[in-house]
Design a protein around this ligand. Structure first.
Ligand code: TRP
Ligand code: SF4
Length: 363
């Protein structure tokens, strides 16, 4: 049975291998050793791609390319979102032109969020955190889907000419007008950097979670169909795994027990870690005998994704857990301390970027 990826759904994707088989997403393996400095790539958290060779080629030959992403302004910016922010910064350092949009229109259409609220969340949560995480206001285009330039809207309207209802329902299942608008708007987000007005044809990479792949496929098809009009190069994409929520299940902005926000009070963050789902055993004795299961531990995920950059240090944590040398109480405390320290430092950086936020919005 072919599963359907649902960009507006809440399911977790359990079987990443299946995505390779069913959807033609390629393994990122062959690029892994080229980016040893990138933790997410090195550790296989970025696991898949479409047409990444084109981006590799631009990077290696110092040719222009674009990194584009959209943020959903629907709640707190948490450690799951940090993964995307780190990737934006990574590509900016590699010389990419950065295009970032606030999907405030999609938030309005699909989640009932007002434009005003979306704007606040975009600024206080996303932009401020991006800048505090190292994004610089250079080679950076930032816009709101609801308030941008005419050629972008013209392109969006034109795109609708070459996609049928049948095709959209094949991709998204039951359609609503809002879904149609959101998906075509997203295609315009990804393709418009290649319009003459925005810099012309060049490779674009979109780093996403696999749930966004339906939009990527639609966009790539549209790029081909408008090839003669616009000389679009098919956009490339990369796919990352998601962190699990702190109680198991999905890490979601709508459930504050599932995540730690980057604006979280360090003491509250500490408590969330101490209450998190681990891969530990029922008793300390059992854990010492059989060892823990880091693969099922949300605390371990924090080390793996964010807190421990040195692979040897990570291996030691992994080995101590598996071998029953470490027990969860102690381990959670170490993690909680690291997170509290990270948050304190991060929140200081947030205070310094206010002026930069203003200038990004004025771009
Ligand atoms: N749909 C995306 C989300 O729900 C947000 C988004 C809008 C986006 N435009 C985009 C993501 C372009 C990647 C590229 O998070
Ligand atoms: Fe998770 Fe640490 Fe417990 Fe292992 S020891 S299951 S890594 S909390």
């Amino acid at each position: 049975m072919a599963e359907r990826l649902d960009p507006w759904g809440s399911g977790r994707i359990e079987d990443y291998e299946n995505l390779f088989r069913e959807f033609g997403i390629n393994s990122f393996e062959k690029f892994r050793n080229k980016f040893q400095e990138n933790r997410y790539i090195r550790r296989g958290i970025i696991f898949g791609h479409r047409d990444f060779s084109r981006i590799m080629n631009s990077i290696e030959n110092k040719k222009p390319f674009v990194m584009m992403t959209g943020l959903m302004p629907s709640g707190k910016f948490h450690f799951g979102h940090k993964m995307v922010a780190d990737q934006i910064v990574f590509y900016q350092k590699l010389g990419a032109e950065i295009f970032i949009c606030s999907a405030d229109l999609e938030a309005y259409l699909m989640r009932g969020i007002s434009f005003e609220t979306a704007k606040e969340i975009t600024i206080d949560e996303y932009l401020t955190n991006y800048l505090a995480l190292g994004l610089e206001n250079k080679n950076l285009n930032f816009w709101f889907q609801s308030n941008y330039k005419v050629p972008y809207y013209r392109l969006r309207d034109m795109l609708s000419k070459k996609v049928t209802f049948n095709e959209l329902s094949g991709i998204y299942g039951e359609l609503t007008t809002g879904k149609i608008f959101s998906s075509i708007t997203q295609a315009a987000d990804i393709l418009h950097p290649q319009l003459r007005e925005f810099g012309g044809s060049r490779p674009v990479v979109v780093p996403v979670g696999a749930d966004q792949d339906p939009h990527i496929r639609l966009t790539r098809d549209l790029a081909a169909r408008f090839q003669s009009e616009f000389k679009f190069i098919a956009p490339s994409s990369t796919y990352h795994k998601f962190m699990e929520g702190l109680q198991g299940g999905k890490m979601s902005s709508s459930d504050s027990n599932s995540y730690i926000a980057l604006t979280e009070n360090p003491e509250d963050a500490r408590k969330k870690i101490m209450n998190a789902k681990t891969g530990g055993r029922a008793t300390v004795a059992e854990q010492k005998e059989k060892g823990g299961i880091p693969e099922e531990c949300t605390v371990y995920d924090f080390f793996l994704y964010h807190l421990v950059d040195d692979d040897n240090d990570l291996m030691r944590i992994y080995g101590d857990c598996k071998g029953g040398k470490q027990v969860c109480g102690e381990c959670k405390k170490i993690c909680a301390d690291m997170i509290a320290k990270f948050l304190e430092e991060h929140q200081k950086k947030r205070e310094k970027v206010g002026g930069v936020v203003e200038s990004v919005l004025a771009n």
